[in-house]
Design a protein around this ligand. Structure first.
Ligand SMILES: Nc1nc2c(ncn2[C@@H]2O[C@H](COP(=O)(O)OP(=O)(O)OP(=O)(O)O)[C@@H](O)[C@H]2O)c(=O)[nH]1
Length: 301
């Protein structure tokens, strides 16, 4: 425990925004030092506004990890993700917009448009600088970026390597308002354990299926039982077509077995105990357009 008295505490909400695949989840996980949201080398893996909590010194930052903002949103699922992304910006104390360094795209302009009404400080992270050989190229790129929006500060950094992230943290801490902490000092997330387990399974699904699968899959944790020696988890992988079921299961069940054993290892690391994981694949046609189904999966419509 620290001896910080309530009157000197600072606490605020930070939204992380950016087009798909720029590194939002990676950055948030790095900042809070705990793996909460699904990261995979695929766009659009984040479906919920996941919060991570960082409590250090006298401040607490509550991160809202927004889903990607998409240009075309035909299905109800994508519309829901878009609405959540915009709603996540209301009432925050700082926004971190992430782009890929030297690679400003039309989709980044679209994200900027959504920041039009934001009154809190907006910081820009130019991520993945580890991929740039000639770092001096940033010097000509950064002034152009500053013309697009009055960013409070720009941080070129690498979320995977961790370079320059302390400076970002310090800058954010400075703008957190003075108020009591919302969460206990050792909380890292307010998401339920079940939800995080679902995300860990989904991450493995994305990793193993690469380009073969459309994004119409969701994970439902059906049962979660803490037994004396292990935790028993039954999870359903929902797909929207019969042929997708075959892809997830794979030849003689090979793919599902591989997803299951990697997911079990990730779950055991997270829960810090043995896990027995059973995965089922079920089909509900067009689930991403069914409000009832989305709600049952915890995706609010
Ligand atoms: N080289 C490099 N790769 C990175 C960096 N940060 C993230 N990545 C990779 O970029 C990919 C996407 O990262 P995520 O954190 O899942 O991106 P996201 O913005 O949360 O993606 P969505 O959930 O699709 O919106 C992953 O393969 C990361 O490992 C970085 O600093 N350098």
């Amino acid at each position: 425990m620290t001896d910080t008295t309530p009157s000197t505490q600072r606490c605020g909400y930070v939204a992380i925004v950016g087009r798909p695949n720029v590194g939002k989840s990676t950055l948030m996980n790095l900042l809070i030092g705990f793996k909460v949201s699904a990261t995979a080398n695929k766009p659009q893996t984040t479906r919920h506004s996941i919060r991570g909590i960082l409590t250090e010194d006298d401040y607490q930052m509550i991160f809202v990890d927004t889903p990607g903002i998409h240009r075309t949103s035909k299905s109800l699922l994508n519309k829901t993700i878009n609405l959540e992304a915009v709603a996540a910006l209301e009432g925050v104390d700082a926004v971190v917009m992430i782009v890929e360094a030297l690679k400003w795209q039309d989709e980044d302009d679209l994200v900027l448009q959504r920041l039009g009404h934001v009154t809190c400080p907006v910081f820009l992270v130019a991520n993945k600088v580890d991929r740039i050989e000639k770092k001096e190229r940033l010097l000509t790129w950064l002034p152009d970026v500053l013309k697009k929006y009055p960013f409070k500060e720009i941080f070129p950094l690498s979320a995977t390597k961790g370079t320059n992230t302390q400076q970002l943290k310090a800058a954010l801490a400075k703008v957190m308002p003075q108020q009591d902490w919302v969460y206990a000092e050792d909380d890292v997330t307010d998401q339920s354990t079940r939800f995080i387990c679902g995300e860990l399974i989904r991450e493995q699904l994305m990793t193993y299926l690469h380009q073969e699968m459309p994004y119409s899959t969701a994970i439902e944790i059906e049962t979660f039982e803490e037994k004396p020696k292990l935790t028993e988890i039954n999870a359903v992988i929902w797909v929207s077509r019969e042929n997708q079921k075959g892809i997830v299961i794979g030849n003689r069940g090979d793919t599902l077995k591989r997803i299951g054993s990697s997911a079990r290892i990730a779950l055991e690391a997270f829960l810090e105990r043995k896990v027995m994981l059973k995965l089922w694949v079920r089909v509900e046609e067009n689930w991403e357009n069914s409000p009832r189904h989305l709600q049952s999966l915890g995706i609010s419509t």
